[in-house]
Design a protein around this ligand. Sequence first.
Ligand code: PMP
Length: 384
Amino acid sequence: AIYLDYQAATPVDPRVAEAMRETMLTDFANPSSDDHALGWKAHQRVELARAAIADAFGAAWGGLIFTSGATEGNNIAILGGARNAPPERRRVLISAIEHKAVLEAASALAAEGYDIERLPVDTSGCLDLDVLEALEGTTVAVISVMAVNNETGVVQPVRAVAQWAKRHGVFFHCDATQAPLAMEVDLSSWGVDAASLSSHKIYGPKGIGVLYLADDRPWTPRPLTFGGGQEQSIRPGTLPTPLCVGFATASMLVSREGAAERERVASLRDSFVASLRDLDPGLRLTAPSGDRHPGNAHVVFSRADAADLLALLQPVVAASLGSACTSGVIGPSHVLTAMGVSDSDASRCVRFSLGRFSDAAQLAEASHAIAKALNKQRGRALPA
Ligand code: PMP
């Protein structure tokens, strides 16, 4: 199969798998066991991993909390961040295009008496900063704005949001899950108070991520779970040494090879979109202007029904209607609705996402398969 769903999950890089295999077989002791040398060794591997991840993404070594992934990081930052805010701060701001793991975490706070407000985006899928600038922030506990959208690939104005948050003393969390493959990530200079990252979006294993906490954050999120004191008691539980090492290896590779890779992937993506346009001259990108994830091709076909098209492409091409986490939901995604895309256009949207192991031959084969599927949809026989 031709895999074009990198934004849902990336394949594990073989170099990552190798490092994990070795760790799993060798460093099996509990990294919290401090009565023997095997425990010390496992602990050392975890801390070296933490240092490598910090180094790759511009974080201080002590500012990274291992989590099970971005969903958990988002929940700790939003629920825990709001619960530890001063009592007069009872509003939570999120952008209208956040991932479910942010939307639902914020919604859960409504039951605790917080007001949840969704910030609008413009038609190019970018947060409307004028609306934010006009908001009074002294009663806001937490603002959460993502770095790069997982459906459209649109890069969000994180530094500007950080400045607003600083001016108003608001805790700023950024869901940076899709950022490492899209841009250089330098968390300290972004000015965020917290950020979530996930290993399986950067060629690492599933089930691990980090929550970054800046040294100068206005307060610390309250923990959601309680246990043996690991991870500064913010996220207790035995650390999964092989996953930590896998995530670290993946992070190192992204920071070393990312710049060249982004360039290569963007150029493959652009030729792929051009080839789709040859098949369907009316095809357009959902977010035609602005900064975008280099591997993202989120397109609106002029006629094809997207769900039917993806079904026709099985098992040859793996792409998606939008986010894997909202698939199964009937109707247009909240991201497209927030951008003002009509329901009819939304039903013709497909997200193709490319990455490290994509190449021109695969994309040519994918275009060919798509051509056949489109022809089938139009009820015409394919010319021989
Ligand atoms: N946020 C964004 C922007 C994502 O793309 C994803 C993955 N679909 C998540 C959060 C959830 O991350 P995880 O799978 O690590 O829980």
